[in-house]
Design a binder for this molecule. Structure first.
Ligand SMILES: C[S@@+](CC[C@H](N)C(=O)[O-])C[C@H]1O[C@@H](n2cnc3c(N)ncnc32)[C@H](O)[C@@H]1O
Length: 649
């Protein structure tokens, strides 16, 4: 049920918000997926109607507990796979990547075991060579997705002839890799000899229109958009009607009695019943005044919802509580559902060695099915499927790319390291962000890559070598000691050790492996590290003076609360825009806590909303190397100012 099994799962259909940040090719494919999604929604509603009577009767029915070997989340996951076939199915299939775990490493959650120092370092870690060797996942995938495979192999048959000449939609026609808006016009000048793009030509065949070419793509895309909007409107109306009709027909939903709750502890309901009850409770909570039973408070419904979600999705109560607080109940369900589905496999072009379009062409020549991640990055590619493990291609071995989660690009983009700067990555292993920084710095200046965990540093060093980074110094300190070791950095990245609640789809153990004490220790460490990062930065840097704090966790304790703490302890920094033009603003208020207003400048990313791992990014500007404490000015160790003072003496 951990990250490895996720390799088999299909991609989640994208919510509309994501379409804004994905390329056109991807969008058209997802149009179809959206269509499927609406259809499946309708089916679900119909099923709900059919089952409502049976369900009401069965709420108290005792059923055997699900077998231990197949967890509720695991069973449910199989049911949740989007249904589609043919070329769409091919696009949706997760890439066959033996190295998906190396991606996991990159932002892996740190398991608490040995206390504050060694505690966060136990996430599974594979060296490059292990990654390259493990190429058996293709078989694994084949047996798991027979239907899709048939469709895919048909497609592959069709594609075989084209493999070398087939162009990625918005890459090869795009000289500068920048404006996808210009795709159509550029394509016009580049499409000689390109008959059609296979992914789209089926549409043409299906509806009797001519196949899609680079020339007519824009027009066809607009037509699809209009059709999709119309379909969605109709589906929405139908759903509303069905809901209303169902509400009228349905017996009012009854919460189980306390006796039934006790009985269910011994003999839990089956998963379908629990899922139905979750849907019912969400429906009641969303229309509370009309659908509630007068004897029950909102808390009664919430308590049952938590119990059911813990059981159904496999979380401990502590974490379920924390995560539920972040969302409305409907959105919480979306979040938990998204955690059951693998994120798309993404890679980052190593611009020290190649360009994205060259890399894309090389991989396409190997039969890899890919697209740009979205407009927001010029170096990222999404891999839909691949006949070879993406961690074992010659291009991978030669360091032309890093397998890296899309979310993990974001803190580096926010940090914006410049050529000839002195940059610190305080928690760097296994090096996804360090190597990205080095690429942006074009191997100039100095990139200090630190991590407290020696084992993880092996992968850091291996990646630095593979990607041809030559400006890096690797060191092995506890980040909290860092300003005393070396300071005066132009920019510092603290990609902090965290609980990993943003990467549950990669590491399901996060659902149960932490309690209140672990969170207490973790947030304490994060607070100490963030002060260290600030103190290691030189406010007088001619080009920088910036600190980025990021986590792959979505809990407010590890994100806004840590940043707010830093603002209170270090009045010599302020939050600034991250420069990331998507993501949700950080909380300024949360369950009775009030944070500094500028916390709205921080950015939150969610699996269900952005189709990437859950992530948090905050960017500080250091204004002064001195801190005013009462009527005294203090210069914390590590800033450039202190070094200068020493030199003068
Ligand atoms: C989220 S991971 C970093 C991922 C990395 N930035 C990347 O992009 O590949 C957090 C890292 O913090 C390290 N760490 C834990 N405690 C630390 C400490 N006290 N000082 C420095 N690093 C620490 C862990 O070993 C782990 O590698």
């Amino acid at each position: 049920m951990g990250g490895r099994n996720n390799k088999r799962r299909q991609h989640m259909p994208l919510p509309l918000e994501i379409e804004k940040i994905t390329g056109k090719a991807t969008k058209a494919v997802y149009d179809k997926m959206k269509h499927d999604q609406v259809r499946s929604l309708k089916q679900k509603t119909a099923a709900l109607k059919q089952n409502s009577a049976a369900k009401a009767a069965s709420t108290g029915t005792k059923r055997a507990a699900p077998a231990q070997t197949q967890s509720p989340a695991g069973q449910k996951r199989q049911k949740q796979q989007p249904q589609s076939s043919g070329k769409d199915a091919k696009k949706q299939k997760p890439a066959v990547v033996a190295e998906a775990d190396s991606d996991e490493d990159e932002d892996a959650s740190m398991v608490v075991e040995d206390g504050p120092d060694g505690g966060w370092d136990n996430a599974p870690l594979e060296s490059d060579s292990e990654v390259a060797d493990s190429d058996d996942s293709l078989d694994e995938f084949d047996s798991a997705n027979e239907e899709d495979d048939e469709a895919a192999s048909e497609d592959e048959g069709e594609d075989d002839d084209d493999v070398v000449t087939q162009k990625p939609l918005s890459l090869l026609s795009d000289e500068s890799d920048d404006e996808e808006d210009s795709d159509a016009s550029e394509a016009d000048s580049n499409d000689e000899g390109v008959e059609s793009y296979d992914e789209f030509s089926t549409d043409g065949e299906d509806d009797g229109e001519e196949p899609i070419t680079f020339r007519n793509m824009e027009k066809r895309s607009r037509k699809l958009d209009a059709q999709r909007e119309e379909d969605e409107e109709m589906a929405d109306m139908e759903l509303k009607d069905q809901d209303q009709a169902a509400d009228g027909e349905r017996e009012a939903f009854e919460l189980p009695s306390s006796e039934q709750v006790e009985a269910e502890k011994e003999a839990p309901l089956d998963l379908t019943q629990v899922q139905m009850r979750i849907q019912e409770i969400v429906r009641v909570l969303n229309n509370f005044s009309e659908l509630r039973r007068p004897q029950h408070s909102r808390n009664d419904y919430m308590d049952q919802l938590k119990r059911d979600m813990c059981f159904y999705y496999g979380y401990n109560e502590f974490l379920m509580d924390k995560l539920l607080q972040l969302f409305t109940v409907s959105e919480a369900v979306e979040f938990f559902e998204a955690n059951e589905v693998a994120r798309p496999v993404t890679i980052r072009t190593n611009t020290l060695k190649t360009r994205r379009r060259d890399l894309a062409q090389a991989l396409i020549n190997r039969g890899v099915n890919l697209d740009p991640i979205g407009k927001w990055t010029k170096v990222g590619l999404t891999i839909f499927d691949s006949p070879v493990p993406v961690g074992a291609t010659p291009e991978y071995m030669a360091g032309h790319y890093m397998i890296q989660a899309a979310s993990s690009f974001l803190p580096v983009m926010a940090l914006g390291p410049q050529e000839n700067e002195k940059v610190l990555d305080m928690s760097a292993a296994p090096g996804g962000k360090t190597t990205y920084c080095a690429a942006l710095m074009k191997n100039t200046g100095m990139m200090v890559a630190n991590d407290a965990n020696k084992e993880r540093e092996k992968a850091l060093v291996a990646n630095i070598h593979r990607l041809g980074v030559s400006n890096a110094v690797v060191c092995n300190y506890d980040g909290r000691e860092f300003p005393k070791v070396m300071g005066g950095f132009d920019r510092v990245l603290l990609d902090a050790p965290c609980s990993g609640t943003g990467v549950i789809s990669k590491d399901a153990s996060v659902k149960t492996n932490k309690g209140p004490e672990d969170f207490g220790m973790l947030t304490h460490l994060q607070k100490e590290l963030i002060l260290s990062a600030i103190d290691s930065t030189n406010a007088d840097s001619a080009t920088g003076g910036y600190i980025v704090y990021s986590t792959c966790s979505v809990t407010v304790d590890e994100d806004e609360a840590v940043v707010n703490y830093a603002l209170s302890k270090r009045p010599n920094v302020k939050l600034v825009e991250t420069g990331l033009d998507f993501g949700r603003p950080g909380f300024t208020r949360f369950r009775g806590q009030t944070f500094h207003n500028s916390l709205s400048l921080t950015r939150r990313f969610y699996p269900h909303a952005h189709n990437m791992d859950g992530f948090f990014v905050a960017k500080f500007k250091k204004l002064s190397n001195k801190i005013q404490v009462g009527d005294k000015q203090i210069v914390p160790a590590g800033s450039g100012a202190k070094l200068k003072q020493k030199k003068k003496h």
